[in-house]
Write a protein that binds this ligand. Structure first.
Ligand code: KIV
Length: 303
């Protein structure tokens, strides 16, 4: 069976009452109950399905796909149409996790109404259940909330601000900067953000923000006190080509596994040991005999 089939079931949402579909309100309930939220990025059907089946609560179709899937130097180049394409693929693979689509650079940096229009596309055309936006865009979060679109905020190291930040740098390192981050997080939550990603901020700052908010924080390089943690799929599995950041824990070396499997395949093809007889289709015995007889009598029909 191929990984592309859900055996015997057509429904896309989890129907298991003991393991219900994750929703944005459910994340806040997890925070209230002190349950850690697991989150991971995914960009295609097969991997999102594996991530969902492993029980991850939130799947982000991150604009990091610009780098880890498309090979760009930073996240700025990926377009709304490309993000929609990947969000659709992820949506098809997920039944339980909350699917969040990252709004790419430029899609919400103009007017609030343009941001809302683009966010609606992610919900309507790609099946996203929430969108994520970077920065303290309080007015936009309020407008999205009024448009019934759940929003995840993203503060601290916001990769779409790379040029303004002058590189990927830990944010909130002074008392003033930490207080500003906290004020921004509170303002986003008050405007309706259902969760806030905190990226690249000191552990102590993330802990204070987490304690101050009624909605969950999801940390990446923000220490263990956040309500949840997120990593980039390719970082977690060793599918990247640059040294990993300090906060990445690599759980596997899939890059090495893939390289060695592909090298073995190449050797087998070159030595003609692939495919074997067992990996080949065969003519039924009667057809084989008839074909042999045809050849023996020189009766080869042209088709
Ligand atoms: O694009 C992304 O992958 C992200 C996460 C790392 C939070 O924004």
């Amino acid at each position: 069976m191929s990984i592309t089939n859900f055996p015997g079931e057509g429904a896309s949402a989890s129907t298991n009452p003991s393991n219900p579909k994750v929703t944005m309100p459910a994340l806040s309930e997890m925070k209230r109950q002190g349950k850690a939220i697991s989150a991971l990025t995914a960009y295609d059907y097969a991997t999102s399905r594996l991530v969902d089946e492993a029980g991850i609560d939130l799947i982000l179709v991150g604009d990091s796909l610009a780098m880890v899937v498309m090979g760009h130097e930073n996240t700025l180049a990926v377009t709304v149409d490309e993000m929609l394409h990947h969000t659709r693929a992820v949506r098809r693979g997920v039944r339980r996790a909350l699917v969040v689509a990252d709004m790419p650079f430029g899609s919400y940096h103009g007017s609030v109404s343009e941001g809302v229009t683009n966010a609606i596309r992610f919900v309507k055309e790609a099946g996203a259940e929430a969108v994520k936006i970077e920065g303290a865009r309080v007015e936009l979060v309020r407008a999205l909330t009024e448009a019934e679109i759940p929003v995840v905020g993203h503060l601290g190291l916001t990769p779409q601000s790379i040029h303004q930040m002058g590189g990927y740098r830990v944010q909130g390192r002074s008392a003033d900067a930490a207080l500003q981050l906290q004020a921004d997080a509170v303002a986003l939550a008050e405007a309706g953000a259902g969760a806030i990603v905190l990226e690249g901020v000191p552990r102590e700052v993330a802990a204070r923000i987490t304690a101050a908010l009624p909605v969950p924080t999801i940390g990446i390089g923000a220490g263990p006190e956040c309500d949840g943690q997120i990593l980039v799929f390719h970082d977690l599995l060793g599918l990247t080509f640059a040294p990993a950041a300090k906060f990445v824990r690599r759980y596997s070396d899939l890059g090495g596994v893939i390289r060695s499997a592909v090298e073995s395949y190449k050797v087998d093809v070159e030595k003609r040991t692939f495919p074997s007889d067992e990996e080949s289709y065969h003519l039924p015995e009667a057809a084989r005999r008839s074909l042999d007889a045809t050849e023996n009598t020189g009766r080869i029909r042209r088709v």
